[in-house]
Design a protein around this ligand. Structure first.
Ligand code: GLA
Length: 390
């Protein structure tokens, strides 16, 4: 957790000590997805959890109509008028908070005065742990709180996703923003992405710990490949409409319905993509069943099957993730290991016996570095809360 005292000093050095307004502090976490990958934009189930580290935001009202944006992670720092907000490539990370201000204004929320904001991010960028969703959600929650508006965290997730889709041009699903906004300590979230119905499930992993492995391979080309997968899923829906005229999302089919009609999909690649999606949604449901029975072994097997499907059918893993996952599975005490997030680099998530964690880090690190030349990072993860005021 960030040192609030140091951050306050940094805030005052950046924005001045003259104002009599209070500095308020907010936090939104990153997220890890335990299972259910590339299912959210198909209207399926996901099972993410909020992390204990994320983005801390210090915010103070101004007297004028300016918006001050600064971060401890980047040098770029500026003041812009709070309305109208326009996207500017050169503004880099600032386009995430700007997108939120813009989205709030689109929804008729106007601000009678501006704000100064200082962000402090603890999520490694490009690691697939939702640093952008964390910035978006903390900004929305803080601005709504500071201006006396309601903070419905489901609505915040929706508007944050919309701003990422429209203002920042990334066609992501709802999972990241939802997990960051609605996470709860020691719970994972079973979310149905079509209806946004969700259930907080106590995640009791007993003697096992969730270990995140960062490949430190930047996720190159992720946006274009991500969008390509999305359109392949749309193609599968079009083909399947021959049997289900009302179908709009793959997640509306049961595994059995899909299996009985998959011959309608003619393109072999599109068929592989669709098969992953429908089977992965089924794996999330199976996970709920085995976790209820406290069968972590079976959950680990499902995590493994998820990765293998993302590797062979959805083809979003790549050498680094595959190498790290294969290495993890050689370590005694590992129940399962898979990539998490969009893929093409980023992080793995493994379920590791607490007595094996040190061996895991050493062994997986050694094998991974020998094979790729990259030095990985490992985070033993505890599940934290969603966005909150500190
Ligand atoms: C990224 C997106 C999410 C989701 C995952 C894959 O994290 O932002 O919406 O699609 O990839 O499961």
């Amino acid at each position: 957790m960030a040192n609030i005292h140091e951050l306050t000093e940094r805030f005052l050095n950046t924005y001045g000590r003259e104002s009599t307004e209070q500095i308020a502090v907010f936090h939104a976490p990153g997220r890890v997805n335990l299972i259910g990958e590339h299912t959210d934009y198909n209207g399926g189930y996901v099972f993410p959890a909020a992390l204990t580290f994320g983005t801390t935001l210090l915010i103070r009202k101004r007297e004028d109509q300016q918006l001050g944006l600064a971060s401890t992670n980047f040098d770029l720092h500026k003041h812009i008028p709070i309305a109208p907000i326009v996207h500017d490539e050169a503004d880099d990370w600032m386009n995430y908070p700007k997108g939120i201000v813009n989205e709030l204004e689109q929804r008729g929320i106007t601000f009678s005065q501006g704000f100064d904001l200082l962000f402090h991010g603890e999520i490694p960028n490009g690691a697939g742990l939702s640093s952008s969703a964390s910035i978006e959600v903390v900004t929305a929650y803080a601005l709504l709180t500071m201006s006396g508006h309601a903070t419905d965290t489901v609505q915040i997730a929706r508007l944050a996703q919309k701003s990422e889709n429209e203002f920042n041009g990334v066609q992501c699903g709802i999972m990241d923003q939802f997990a960051v906004a609605n996470g709860k300590k020691d719970h994972a979230i079973l979310l149905m992405c079509d209806t946004l119905e969700y259930e907080l499930i106590p995640f009791n992993s007993g003697d096992y710990q969730i270990v995140i492995g960062n490949t430190n391979k930047r996720r190159g080309l992720v946006d274009s490949k991500y969008n390509e997968r999305r359109s392949q899923c749309d193609q599968a829906v079009q083909d399947l409409k021959a049997a289900f005229p009302e179908l709009t999302l793959l997640g509306q089919l049961t595994l059995e319905q899909f299996q009985a009609n998959q011959h309608l999909i003619h393109d072999e690649i599109v068929l592989k993509r669709a098969k992953h999606v429908v089977e992965e949604i089924d794996r999330v449901l199976q996970s709920m069943k085995v976790l209820k029975e406290n069968d972590l072994q079976a959950f680990g097997q499902l995590m493994n099957a998820s990765h293998d499907s993302l590797r062979d059918l959805y083809e979003v893993t790549g050498d680094e993730l595959d190498t790290m996952v294969a290495a993890a599975r050689t370590v005694d005490g590992v129940l399962g290991s898979r990539m998490t997030g969009a893929g093409f680099g980023g992080c793995t998530v493994s379920l590791v016996h607490k007595d094996s964690v040190e061996t895991f880090k050493a062994e997986v690190g050694r094998i991974y570095t020998e094979a790729t030349g990259l030095i990985p990072d490992f985070y033993v993860c505890t599940i934290g809360n969603g966005v909150e005021q500190l």
